[in-house]
Design a protein around this ligand. Structure first.
Ligand code: ZN
Length: 240
């Protein structure tokens, strides 16, 4: 058996019972950054291991731009796809693994018991742009009940470690402050998900900066990147 040891992955609680595999890779699983001082073959091998780990024929990620774009994937290809500028991925059917790249920003995992899945990269700009609410809206428009959705915020910089300017604080929270103030992105994402009607929301206790031995952190000077990955294994894959 190839692939990444499951002990090197931080699993999203409660998703496995839905037939959905969702995790964040750790520092010990290595960096997935394509721009890296490591030999390219080492990084490519790691990606191949990741594809093997997810047990799906396809794995999508994208060049991320701290935006609110969410790409919907269909079952028409195999292999690893690096898409155009986007910070979210969703698939209404199973067997498409999707990933976002992270080093302090929040990996937001979205799942529905029918096997619909999404993953989002939500830093302060994505959070201010309410990317989680955009994802929920897309899924509701596809006929799903928001109350049946589950959202999980994975390892990310915590509310004690992340101080922002009054302007950023206002954009993220809608609240005016006088001086640089710590902001908890995950708390805001939870509020936004609940406001959008999501039935079940959970948050990882890991902070990428406090727990820098386990996760890469941009603010701790890391150039390495972990991946937040989701894939539903429900239904048949019709692509031969
Ligand atoms: Zn922290």
């Amino acid at each position: 058996m190839g692939g990444i040891s499951h002990e090197l992955l931080e699993w999203v609680p409660g998703f496995r019972e839905l037939g959905i595999m969702a995790f964040t890779t750790t520092r010990q699983a290595g960096s997935f950054a394509l721009q890296s001082p490591e030999p390219a073959q080492v990084v490519y091998d790691r990606w191949r291991d990741l594809l093997e780990t997810v047990g799906a024929p396809r794995l999508a990620f994208a060049h991320q731009v701290h935006g609110v774009g969410i790409e919907e994937h269909h079952l028409s290809w195999r292999g690893i796809l690096r898409g155009a500028d986007n910070d979210g991925h969703l698939a209404l059917r199973g067997h498409t693994a999707m990933a976002v790249s992270l080093a302090d920003c929040v990996p937001v995992f979205v799942a529905h018991p029918s096997g619909v899945a999404a993953v989002l990269h939500s830093g302060w700009k994505g959070t201010a742009g309410r990317i989680v609410q955009r994802a929920v809206s897309r899924l509701v428009a596809a006929g799903l009940s928001a109350a049946e959705l589950r959202v999980h915020c994975g390892p990310a910089i915590c509310g004690q470690c992340y101080e922002v300017s009054p302007d950023v604080y206002l954009q993220v929270t809608g609240t005016t402050v006088e001086r640089p103030t710590p902001v908890d992105l995950r708390r805001q994402i939870v509020q936004d998900a609940v406001a959008a009607g999501v039935g079940q929301v959970t948050v990882s206790e890991w902070c990428t900066k406090c727990n820098n031995d386990r996760f890469f952190s941009h603010r701790m000077g890391d150039i390495g990147r972990q991946m937040g990955v989701i894939v539903a294994h429900s239904g048949d894959d019709p692509v031969p």
